[in-house]
Design a protein around this ligand. Structure first.
Ligand SMILES: [Zn+2]
Length: 260
């Protein structure tokens, strides 16, 4: 998409998780994609108009690139869950597919990105240098919520999902149920737990990226903890049993024996 002009946009339904912005197709048509970036789980396309196209895959969204097909022709390879189709000057066609429609597309006006309600409050990227034990401890200092809930708070760390939070907590031998504040001293300095947890988060995410995509991962289920309740703990010589528990409406999988 980068450096291509959007020649046409076919929006095939009125909404995804929320309605498409006003005049969505018209505001995109004729614009060149100047850059494509990611912040947390948001994909951000900077347009030549100065507006930013914000996209989120939700639970089941995906993009695919088709060979050239002509706009307005009913292409055989467009399916029922293909909701937005971008026709590009490069001849390529980018299709957004989302069976469950939890995805989001929004257009942010010029200068509005930093003030945008979802983007402005995001914490550091988990794989950035800014995200270290000191930063995590500072963010968790005095927090009475569970450590798992803190990790899912996008202001603490951006874009860490439910499954990877469980995997990282297991690797760091930390219970998801302990108070978030326990990884920091009263003055907000990192305890050993914060050091272990940051290292575990980075490792779990790096491995997931190396496996190329979480969508593939859902099918192959390479997770050590996720959806494995009542199975033996994967930690060598632990002998514990994986438990499932609901925290804040989300499932947490953990080993009560080795995660303290
Ligand atoms: Zn265990």
């Amino acid at each position: 998409m980068v450096r291509a002009r959007i020649t046409a946009v076919d929006v095939r339904r009125p909404d995804l998780r929320q309605p498409f912005p006003k005049m969505f197709a018209r505001r995109l048509t004729g614009q060149t994609v100047m850059a494509l970036n990611r912040r947390a789980k948001y994909l951000l396309a900077s347009l030549s108009s100065g507006e930013t196209l914000l996209m989120h895959l939700g639970m089941s969204g995906s993009f695919r690139v088709l060979r050239t097909i002509t706009p307005n022709a009913t292409a055989r390879d467009i399916g029922a869950h293909d909701h937005v189709i971008f026709y590009l000057s490069s001849g390529k066609v980018v299709v957004f597919n989302d069976p469950r429609r939890f995805g989001v597309m929004d257009l942010i006006p010029i200068g509005g990105l930093e003030a945008h309600h979802t983007v402005s409050r995001l914490g550091p990227e988990p794989l950035s240098k800014e995200f270290d034990a000191a930063a995590l401890a500072r963010a968790c200092r005095g927090k009475k919520v569970s450590l798992k809930a803190a990790l899912l708070d996008q202001r603490v760390v951006a874009g860490l999902g439910n499954i990877y939070a469980s995997e990282a907590l297991h690797r760091a031998e930390l219970s998801p149920l302990r108070r978030a504040s326990t990884i920091a001293t009263s003055s907000g300095a990192p305890r050993d737990a914060a050091v272990r947890l940051v290292a575990a988060i980075k490792l779990v995410l790096e491995r997931a990226i190396a496996r190329q995509s979480s969508r593939g991962a859902y099918r192959d289920s390479p997770f050590l903890m996720y959806d494995r309740q009542d199975e033996p703990c994967p930690r060598k010589d632990c002998g514990g049993t994986i438990r499932r528990r609901t925290q804040g409406g989300r499932s947490t999988f953990y080993c009560p024996k080795c995660q303290r």
